[in-house]
Design a binder for this molecule. Structure first.
Ligand code: NDP
Length: 444
């Protein structure tokens, strides 16, 4: 049996009931075959077996008290996956769907994503099944304090540096940081995505969405194309979606649809982003109310229908497995030319196959959404040096990083005879550096 097949079979047997982890591992490992056949020494060193096993998994209880005095208990997770090229780095997700499988798939992806940025950061991920939606600020604060009371003994600026993800934005990072500082008595860059008044970086908030659009624009430029006049669909209406929309609009595109987990809005005149920002960033409300505020906009209950809207560019920016085979086929039928993944693993394996067969330019998450973690690494550099850069300086570096990731994965795909296959290109380019570092460090 081939090495990859054998490792995948072992992974499924040893980690039953973890479908998202199996899915991510299958996507990654199967695309690494060309590099493994060039390096037989990797198999002898058990490199893949070590690569897919987290260095450490931390599971903990998070008890907290709501405003009525009732006690709740949530699950807390931190997966410290791989530190071969730098301290563990990856976000925290607070969402009721969070489980070990999801955190492990995100952590595995994160290793290669972080490597692709060219910066010295390893891979990790964490979170909780806590749902911040509908909770008061005081409840969110008590939850974050309880979460960090345990997490603080496992993280540190040179060990593991978490950041935000779904359900963890500026408010949550602030509460988590406050508790870390209180317990450890050190004001250090242990979390990224911090507020500007306490060590954060300009442009971090915008980074993932902007970065996604910078990379898509570079892919377009290489084909003599641009965002100018393009019709764009963006799923989600959170941090990544909002700033992807902002940058796409700045580059001349018309974004016609967005959603939250209840349903989507279609605005044929182009989304008014200031209205979305008011609803989502200020009021923490539902996207449905957009249709009450903007003439001509229509709200549809449920999310799936968004992919039936004809567009040139689709930017899935909400969550995993948003685009399945049927949705991918609809997008292709309606003429989509570019798909850039802002969310992590938003396209199923079958959906990816549809895009690749149709010749759609498909930019996979670990490359296309790496702008967030890249800027987090820039935040780490700024906090260590205690010198902070202007918005323009960070934004310029971000754009440069995204363009260079695009070219690195493009070249890796060509080098292994898979021109235009960026899923393989991103995995191969990201894996190369991690594999070399792991080989150099012995069997650990
Ligand atoms: P946010 O919490 O800010 O926004 C998430 C958005 O997705 C919300 O609009 C939310 O709707 C929607 N959503 C969440 N779950 C579902 C679901 N099951 N079905 C439909 N819609 C859903 O998160 P982010 O914008 O930070 O993250 C979005 C994605 O991008 C995630 O996959 C994350 O891992 C990835 N990512 C984020 C980075 C960052 O810097 N923030 C960096 C790299 C990747 P609702 O409000 O109704 O829940």
């Amino acid at each position: 049996m081939r090495y990859v097949e054998r490792v995948l079979e072992q992974l499924k047997a040893k980690n039953p009931g973890e479908p998202e982890f199996h899915q991510a591992a299958t996507e990654i490992l199967t695309s690494l075959e060309p590099v493994l056949s060039r390096h037989p020494e990797y198999e002898a060193a058990g490199l893949l077996e070590r690569f897919i096993e987290p260095e450490r998994v931390i599971l903990f209880r998070v008890p907290w008290v709501d405003d009525k005095g009732c006690v709740h208990v949530n699950k807390g997770y931190r997966v410290q996956f791989n530190s071969a090229i730098g301290p563990y780095k990856g976000g925290l997700r607070f969402h009721p769907s969070v489980n070990l499988s999801i955190i492990k798939f995100l952590g595995l992806e994160q290793i290669l994503k972080n490597s692709l940025t060219g910066l010295p950061i390893g891979g990790g991920k964490g979170g909780s099944d806590f749902d911040p939606k509908g909770k008061s600020d005081a409840e969110v604060m008590r939850f974050c304090q309880s979460f960090m009371t345990e997490l603080c003994r496992h993280v540190g600026q040179d060990t593991d540096v978490p950041a935000g993800d779904i359900g963890v934005g500026g408010r949550e990072i602030g509460y988590l940081f406050g508790q870390y500082k209180r317990i450890r008595n050190e004001h250090v860059g242990v979390l990224t995505g911090r507020g500007l008044s306490y060590g954060g970086s300009l442009a971090r908030t915008e980074a993932t969405g902007y970065g996604l659009v910078y990379m898509t624009a570079e892919a377009m430029k290489c084909r003599g194309d641009s965002f100018e006049g393009k019709t764009v669909i963006i799923s989600g209406s959170g941090n990544v979606a909002i700033y992807a929309c902002e940058k796409a609009q700045t580059l001349g595109a018309k974004v016609v649809a967005m959603y939250d987990s209840n349903g989507y809005i279609y605005d044929k005149n182009g989304i008014k982003l200031n209205v979305i920002k008011d609803i989502k960033e200020v009021e923490r409300g539902r996207i449905k109310t957009y249709a009450d505020r903007v003439d001509g906009a229509i709200y549809h209950e449920g999310c799936k229908g968004i992919w039936a809207i004809p567009c040139d560019v689709a930017l899935p920016c909400a969550t995993q497995n948003e685009i399945d085979e049927a949705s991918a086929k609809l997008l292709v039928k309606n003429g989509v030319k570019y798909v850039g993944e802002g969310a992590n693993m938003p396209t199923t394996l079958e959906g990816i196959a549809v895009f690749q067969k149709a010749g759609t330019v498909f930019l996979p998450a670990k490359a296309a959404n790496a702008g967030g973690v890249a800027t987090s690494a820039l935040e780490m550099a700024q906090s260590s040096s205690r010198l902070f850069w202007t918005f323009e300086e960070v934004d310029r570096k971000l754009k440069g990083i995204m363009e260079s990731i695009y070219h690195n994965m493009d070249e890796a795909a060509r080098e292994y005879g898979m021109e235009g296959n960026y899923v393989a290109g991103a995995n191969l380019a990201g894996f190369k550096k991690v594999a070399e570092a792991m080989m150099a460090q012995g069997i650990v």
